[in-house]
Design a protein around this ligand. Structure first.
Ligand SMILES: [Ca+2]
Ligand SMILES: [Cu+2]
Length: 223
């Protein structure tokens, strides 16, 4: 463990650098208990056109750099489809290419829904899957049995501490994106041919219901 202190400092410094641009815009929400513990809070905003059923959610996220060099991510959301797991990820664009942050309703296009693919030009690809347990890589993007569940009121709480988030400090900005709307209110992510929204497939594949992957909330950690 001889090298541990050096690693901690390097990680905290890189983290502060990545978040530097955001600190001023959201200064009222920031707390800095010490040089080695930086905490940043951001709102999560609804991104769908208002007439998309079940899309009127809201939320917050907090990202905290811990003294041991780990990064703690907290997500709270209200108004989600109840009693269902919600896929959540950190999205970003590693490297020098500009990240456009979160999409808005205008990104929906002719079909009237902002799909995962509609949002990628804005928030980029998945850096980390915000699962409760197990693997956090992009390959767990749709591991719905390991994502946080909303309660009967549509409230969701999530917190996990990460030792490493590949691409995180290299990304100009990072967004938290929360997915999943039960359009027809049947308590499941499933196809329903009789519903104008639940009948649609995900932009990620014809066999996946749009309900399971449709982005609901997005917020920038380092916009
Ligand atoms: Ca459904
Ligand atoms: Cu995502």
């Amino acid at each position: 463990m001889r090298n541990a202190p050096r690693i901690i400092v390097a990680t905290a410094a890189a983290f502060a650098l990545a978040l530097g641009g955001a600190a001023t815009a959201y200064a009222a929400h920031d707390t800095n208990p010490s040089d080695r513990v930086a905490s940043y809070s951001y709102s999560l905003d609804a991104i769908q056109p208002a007439d998309v059923p079940g899309s009127g959610a809201s939320g917050t996220t907090r990202v905290k750099a811990l003294p041991n060099g780990k990064i703690q991510v907290t997500v709270e959301a209200w108004g989600l489809s109840p009693n269902l797991p919600h896929a959540m990820h950190l999205h970003g664009v590693p490297g020098d290419q500009a990240d456009l942050g979160c999409p808005g309703p205008a990104a929906a296009g002719d079909d009237g829904v902002v799909s995962v693919v509609d949002g990628i030009p804005f928030y980029g690809s998945i850096l980390t899957s915000l699962t409760w347990t197990g693997d956090t890589s992009p390959s767990s993007a749709l591991a719905l049995d390991r994502f946080a569940m909303s309660d009967a009121d549509g409230y969701l709480y999530y917190q996990r501490t990460f030792t490493d988030i590949p691409g995180y400090t290299d990304a100009g900005t990072v967004q938290v994106v929360v997915h999943g709307i039960d359009f027809d209110g049947d308590g499941a992510y499933a196809f329903n041919a009789d519903d104008p929204f639940s009948s649609r497939p995900s932009s990620l594949g014809a066999g996946i219901p749009l309900e399971a992957t449709v982005p609901v909330l997005c917020g920038g950690i380092a916009n």
